[in-house]
Ligand binder design. Structure first.
Ligand code: S3P
Length: 178
């Protein structure tokens, strides 16, 4: 059953390297809202960096911390909530996020994601021999989950500002509380 929605936040979902953090910060400035990132909540609450949580405790443990971080973020209002790329794979997270925010799926082609993430060392899921193959496979698996967002934006050819402007436009047109 769809939970009742009270849209007081903007939520960014999408794969690693699609610009959630940079777009989120830009949006916060444009709309005079606060910015929060569920990965930052996890790191602050556990006092560990994401890569170490994956290495020492495993992905399932990370996902549990992520669900808690999502719950925490959803209690806020007037926030741009940026989520980790895998937050959408648990349906409860999507329900929680949707109850409080309008969800924007930031997308990009595998090639662009690869270019944007190839020098990164902080994303444990992409530290593999064939990151391009892994990106394609994960995008395919996650697409049905990302599709649950309210609106999708392909960021491949857009600047951070252009993406943020598109979000503001859609948000203002579609968020008219009665
Ligand atoms: C992950 C994405 C990362 C971070 C973790 C797992 C994923 O966040 O949560 O490394 O499963 O896609 P970003 O999307 O902000 O890089």
């Amino acid at each position: 059953m769809q939970t009742k929605r009270n849209i007081v936040n903007i939520v960014l979902v999408g794969f690693m390297g699609t610009g959630k953090t940079s777009v989120g910060l830009e949006l916060a400035g444009m709309l005079n809202m606060y910015f929060i990132d569920t990965d930052d909540i996890i790191e602050q609450d556990s006092n560990m960096i994401i890569a170490d949580i994956f290495t020492n405790m495993g992905e399932e443990h990370f996902r549990n911390l992520e669900s808690k971080a999502v719950e925490k973020a959803c209690k806020l209002s007037q926030h741009i909530i940026s989520t980790g790329g895998g937050a959408v794979i648990r349906d409860q997270n999507i329900q929680n996020l949707k109850s409080t925010g309008m969800l924007f799926h930031l997308d990009a082609t595998p090639e662009v994601i690869f270019q944007r993430t190839k020098h990164e060392t902080q994303r444990p899921l992409l530290k593999v021999d064939d990151p391009m193959g892994k990106i394609r496979e994960m995008l395919k698996n996650r697409d049905p989950f990302y599709a649950k967002a309210d609106h999708r934006i392909d960021t491949s050819q857009l600047t951070v500002k252009e993406v943020a402007e598109k979000i503001v436009e859609f948000y203002k047109l579609n968020n008219n509380p009665k």
